[in-house]
Ligand binder design. Structure first.
Ligand SMILES: NC(=O)c1ccc[n+]([C@@H]2O[C@H](COP(=O)([O-])OP(=O)(O)OC[C@H]3O[C@@H](n4cnc5c(N)ncnc54)[C@H](OP(=O)(O)O)[C@@H]3O)[C@@H](O)[C@H]2O)c1
Length: 350
């Protein structure tokens, strides 16, 4: 068994070496060398691409809440130190391995890579790349993989949102929140109540398509929702905050309502009171977008193809709230953790 495994390793290493062109060049990347410490920008030597791999010239990389959790050691996956964070990017294909058939040099692509995105170049498996259609800019495309992938999966596949239903979205002016509003309103023809932590965020959520808004820093979310929709409640809740916001949102649901647990940005994981589920026949469900890549790749891939198409058709309009240079990555992280960000925060690598 061990002999077979080593044989495979050496064969793979040999193929990688053969595919290596131009080993002297270097590129810059953000590095997490120690958890909970600022990232460093360092120069990295090229490595060869393996037969199934693609080298991408990264133009934009999304800064996600999850990247910050990874660098604090608070994420479900814990990469070995040092590592380069960055789970999604857009860019142009520089080089392909000998077995790559899905993309070619010069293609514009989005990528979902787990880690490694916050660098001028990223090597990834061909299965992690999707071609960007004409008319979609690299900048807008970089917003799609995580926020819009999550939005379609949560609203369509987990909550089964129907046209005309009312969806309550928490942290509605965040990256995930604005994508939820966009997809719920413009793809699924649902009505959105946006819940956010200050008036400016509520205003932005309304400008981006929500029908009404609630500032949950000013009192009870449940009471405010009741004033908007009456005692009937909302059909769907998409929650990225957790804690008391989750519990109040859960209690705002209508008969046969559905709540989707997407995140815990507030830092507290609430327990679900089973009696509330029973009384109104409510379904509480969760989702982890990244895991669908391994567990159900065909759904994952078809959702990414759909969001690229929606973007090309002008049905969705990704919102970028701030853009930082690679060397400003720590400022970008602070912008998010201090709750100042709206929509997607991007790193520009060019
Ligand atoms: N399950 C999945 O597959 C999946 C996919 C994407 C994201 N997520 C999760 O969803 C959450 C939101 O992600 P995102 O990328 O949309 O983040 P984001 O754009 O930074 O939005 C996070 C928002 O959460 C709210 N918030 C409430 N309490 C907070 C606190 N103590 N610290 C910071 N923010 C707080 C803030 O909005 P207000 O000021 O309006 O409250 C903040 O703007 C994260 O937990 C992320 O890990 C999960």
């Amino acid at each position: 068994m061990a002999v077979v495994a080593w044989g495979r390793f050496f064969a793979r290493a040999w193929l990688c070496r053969r595919a290596w062109q131009g080993c002297s060049r270097q590129y810059r990347a953000a590095f997490c060398a120690e958890l909970k410490q600022p990232l460093a920008i360092e120069k990295v030597d090229h490595r060869p691409v393996c037969p199934h791999e693609v080298r991408v010239n990264v133009h934009f990389c999304g800064v996600n809440f999850a990247d910050i959790l990874v660098c604090r050691g608070q994420y479900q996956e814990e990469p070995h130190l040092p590592f380069t964070p960055g789970m999604e990017f857009s860019g142009i294909v520089l080089e392909t391995g000998t077995d790559v058939s899905t993309v070619k040099e010069g293609d514009r692509v989005i990528g979902v890579c787990g880690f490694n995105g916050m660098a001028e170049e990223c090597i990834t498996d061909q299965k992690s790349l999707w071609k960007i259609p004409e008319g979609v800019a690299l900048r807008e495309a970089a917003v799609l993989p995580i926020s819009y992938g999550t939005a379609v999966l949560a609203l369509e596949h987990r909550a089964r949102t129907q046209p005309g239903e009312t969806v309550l979205v928490t942290a509605a002016a965040g990256a995930t929140g604005l994508a939820m509003i966009d997809v719920a309103t413009n793809v699924l023809q649902a009505k959105v109540i946006a819940a956010a932590g200050n008036e400016q965020k509520c205003k932005l959520a309304m400008q981006r398509g929500a029908q009404s808004s609630v500032n949950y820093s000013q009192g009870s979310l449940k009471e405010a929702v009741r004033k908007l929709v009456g005692s009937g409640g909302v059909n769907v809740v998409i929650d990225t905050v957790g804690g008391d916001v989750f519990l109040e949102a859960l209690r705002s649901l209508a008969w046969e309502g559905r709540i989707v647990v997407v995140g815990f940005a507030g830092g507290t994981i609430a327990s679900v009171p089973a009696n509330v589920l029973l009384l109104k026949s409510i379904s509480a469900t969760g989702m982890s977008w990244g895991q669908y890549k391994n567990k159900n790749f065909s759904l994952f891939s078809s959702i990414l193809s759909s969001v690229l198409r929606y973007c090309q058709q002008g049905r969705i309009q990704p919102y970028i709230g701030a853009e930082f240079k690679l060397e400003e990555v720590n400022d970008a992280f602070l912008h998010v953790t201090r709750r100042k960000s709206t929509g997607k925060v991007l790193l520009s690598l060019k």
